[in-house]
Design a protein around this ligand. Structure first.
Ligand code: 5GP
Length: 210
């Protein structure tokens, strides 16, 4: 987590993937990291959430104290940051992570929440980076499917399930802000569709069309 770079390379596409909880994002991200036709480098986010069992600092996240996080905010080190889930924990994409991906010759791959992604999309709208950004919203086909998935997990109370469903509905209404909406009812197809989007962009870049 070295010094941040404000001089992000303008030609490298940033790939932003998000979507409501229980959309199957994590599985898609893991599959893409293995199978993507272009080299993706996952930006490691910073967070104030406590480390879960098995998580490694600097691999899963940079786990920061509230003070450390605020300090980095003050220093303008984040491309975006958000208080996610209303739990009071902060999450953010460090500019230095985007720069790291580019230095390593890959496309920065951000898996972030919908609010953070919308902020970025707004930012991109005002810059050349918008043309380069590949924004992907992952969802299931029906709202009922979310309820089924949340209930199958069986870990949450009815109150929490209803709150989550509410958030899911609000987030689904924002899908139109993304360039691509991927329906994840068939995992293989969803991964293949994203792969095609990435490959196509690479071909456009190679052909000098962007
Ligand atoms: P978890 O705590 O379960 O690892 O992640 C909770 C949520 O935080 C997920 O929806 C994830 O997409 C989001 N998230 C992870 N990193 C970032 C980040 O850097 N920025 C934003 N805005 N959200 C993030």
């Amino acid at each position: 987590m070295s010094a941040s770079s404000d001089n992000l390379h303008p030609d490298t596409p940033i790939v932003v993937l998000s979507g409501p909880t229980a959309s199957g994002k994590t599985t898609i991200v893991n599959r893409l990291m293995q199978e993507s036709p272009v080299k993706l480098i996952k930006a490691i986010s910073a967070t104030t959430r406590p480390r879960r069992k098995g998580e490694v600092d600097g691999e899963d996240y940079y786990f920061l104290t509230q003070e450390e996080f605020e300090e980095r905010q003050k220093n303008d080190e984040f491309l975006e940051c958000e208080q996610v889930h209303g739990l009071g924990y902060w999450y953010g994409t460090l500019k230095s992570e985007v720069a790291r991906a580019e230095q390593e010759g890959g496309w920065p791959f951000l898996e972030i929440d919908v609010q953070g992604a919308l902020k970025l999309i707004e930012q991109f709208n005002n810059s050349k980076r918008f043309d380069q950004a590949i924004t992907i919203f992952v969802r299931t086909t029906s709202e009922e499917e979310y309820e089924k998935r949340l209930r199958t997990r069986g870990t949450e109370s009815e109150d929490v399930i209803q709150k989550r469903l509410n958030t899911i509905r609000l987030e689904l209404a924002l899908a139109g802000h993304y360039k691509h909406i991927i329906y994840n009812d068939d995992l293989d197809r969803a991964v293949a569709e994203i792969g095609t989007i990435l490959k196509q962009r690479e071909q456009e870049l190679n052909a000098g069309r962007i």
